[in-house]
Each structure stands twice: as C-alpha cells, then as structure tokens.
Design a binder for this molecule. Sequence first.
Ligand code: COA
Length: 385
Amino acid sequence: MSEYLPGLAGVPATKSNISDIDGQKGILTYRGFPLEQLAEHSSFEETTLLLLDGELPSATSLADFDMQLKKNRVVKYHIRELMKNLPSRGHPMEMLQTAVASLGMFYPGKECLTGEDFCENLNYVHDMTVKIIARMATIVTMWQHLRNGYEPVNPRKDLSYAENFLYMLTGKEPDPLLAKILDVCLILHAEHTINASTFSVLVTASTLASPYSVVAGAIGTLSGPLHGGANQKVIEMLHAIGSPDKAEEYISNRLKNKEVIWGMGHREYKTKDPRAKILQKLFRNLIEKRGGNINPLFEIALEVERICEERLASKGVYANVDFYSGILYAEMGIPADQFTTIFAVARSAGWLAHWREQLADNRIFRPTQVYIGSGIRTYTPIDQR
Ligand code: COA
C-alpha cells in the first residue's frame, strides 16, 4: 500500500514547465523568468502569452494577442441578463463561477468533450483561452454595476487589460499609477505551480471537459478562505484589529484559540512570499507618490507582520501574497468581496496554460485511496434494526 500524505503535501501531481517555486529561497519563476523581472518590465498581456507559449513574444505576436483580447472583451447580452437575475447580495465568486460556466452555453466548445484530436488543435485551445481571459474582466466589472442596480460600462479597445479593467469598474479614465499597480498585481497572481485551483484544472481538463467547466471548477476551488479567499479575510481582520496597538492582543487571542492569521503561511514557502515583497514595495511607492498619505490599514498590516514574524517564523510561516494585495485593491476603491475575483481574473492565464499543457499529454486523473471503512457486512432489513 502506498503511503497516504494528507493534502498530498510533496506529492507530484504532474510534470510541468510553466512555473517553479524555490520555497526555501523565496523564488518564483514563470517559464524560467524571475517574477521580479516580469513585475518590473512586463505587462499582464505579455506575461499571459509567455505562460501560454513558453517564450517571450515578439512585438508582432504581442500586438496580435493584445488585439485578440481587445476584440473579445464584450460578452453577450444574454449573459448580462442572466447576471441581472442573480441575487445582488450573492458573493462575486459565486457569480463569476456561474457566469463563466454559462459562457459554455453561449459560446459552445463541446468538441473537447468528445474528440481528443480536436483538443490537440492548438488554434482551438488558443481561441478558447483568449475568449475566457478577455471576458473574465468584463464579467467581474459588470457585476459591480449590476448588483448596485446600474447598467455596466462597455469595454474599450484603446486601453490595456489593466486600464480597461479599472475603466469598466469605475466608468472613469483610469489613473495611470493605479493601472500600473493593478497590472503588476495581475502579473503576480497569474500563475503559481500546482496549487489547489490549478490541481482542479488538471483534474477537470483530464476528462476533456470544456474549458469553461475547467475554469468554473477552478474558480470554485479558489474561492475558499484557505486559498484565494484569504485576501478578503485579511482586510476584514485588519479592520477588526482597528489600530496597530491592538494587533498584539488580537494575534495572541487567535493563536491561543488555534485560529490562523489570515495572509500568513504557505505550503511551499518557508520564507516570505516573493509576491508579498513586491506588493509591499508597490504600496510604499504609492504612499511616496501620494506625499506620505498612508492608509491606516497598511500600518496595522506592518505591525501584524512584525508580530507574526516573532511568533510564527520558527514554523516557517511568513506573509503570503494575500497579505498585501487586499490593501492595494482597497486603495483602488475595489470592494473587499471583489478581491478574489480579481485574483481569478489574473489566474485564468495560468489555469489555461495548464489546461493546454494537460491536453498536450493527457491521461485521466484517477488516484487511489486508503480505505479505512468497515469490512464486508450483511444487510439487515429495516424492521430488524
Ligand atoms: N496562522 C497561524 N499559524 C499558522 C498559519 C497561520 N496563517 N499557517 C500555518 N500555521 C501553523 C500551523 O498551525 C502549523 O502549526 P503546528 O505545526 O504547530 O500544528 C504549522 O504552521 C504548519 O502549518 P500547516 O497547517 O501544516 O500548513 P499547510 O501547508 O497545511 O497550510 C495554509 C498552508 C496556506 C493553508 C495555511 O498556512 C493557512 O491556513 N494560512 C492562512 C490562510 C491563507 O492566508 N491562505 C492563502 C495562501 S496563499
């Protein structure tokens, strides 16, 4: 009998050449490029193409890909109508999962359900990938208006992915600095090896289900507070703490009650998450550009991180990506319950790169189990129990 490892910790689920983590040194690379370099020099569009194709694109390929994304930003009227019928108080991640699953009804891609050959057709895979990545941003921002009783803002073709996201969200010309910060956030969240939601991508993809089912399943997996949902929990925690001087008591109480500190810890990193470092730097830049005007939540966050380092570093628990992303999104005026949907928008790039990789060398996932139930028994009729 093979050894059972809870949470499959350390068990390879696939071979992949998309991204890599050195958890001891705190290094994350996409296709071999350190994340810091991509955050500084690349754009979400370019990083997405790098994740999908494996190489940095030429200027022509990038411009072509950018235009394909722009052309596919509009979603069908019927999807808007469907979204209007969802309860306005529902969580945006539930909405996103519903809307993405419904794309499969309106833009069918059923060939994947039956024909292995078709799945291996790269043009088809690329086309589906563009459609989903382009429309995810539209759906998320549409919801912000629809749930408040307003008509959504139509996408524009003259703006980058991040600029257009902010434009559709607010209806105003995007602030270049905030758009740049959002672009970096999208790059940082685009991919992260075989985490829970990406594992769900592999499992669903391996059945040759449609890419909409693949991504809808991953959105559901990402929504949990132990995964992408942690960024919303972090902001709620910082609000609950209220001021830096209350942080010590708050953390002590949670640790005493064996509760986690949101935004801390990671299965892979035994040092500070490199994405958290980049986000912290972005926040400091933003403060500088705004003449030192500091969001009080940032000061609380710094204090929480300091205390957690004292208490949890011995267990290899440090700040992760979700610890600072929420504070930045709050600065952009994005409501806390939309933080995880932005994570999903960015991660759709990585998910679909893994979908493509899985299809290229597919075998259906069918793990085994360690059965710990009863031995064979004889059925007792109900009147004799
Ligand atoms: N707060 C307090 N203690 C934590 C912690 C946290 N956020 N994360 C891990 N620990 C502790 C565990 O209690 C455990 O302590 P023990 O050895 O005394 O029992 C030890 O560190 C190892 O943690 P473990 O639960 O085995 O790690 P994991 O790899 O199974 O879980 C996470 C990883 C991410 C699920 C976990 O760190 C967590 O719940 N973090 C908070 C949620 C979060 O921010 N998620 C976003 C991840 S990007």
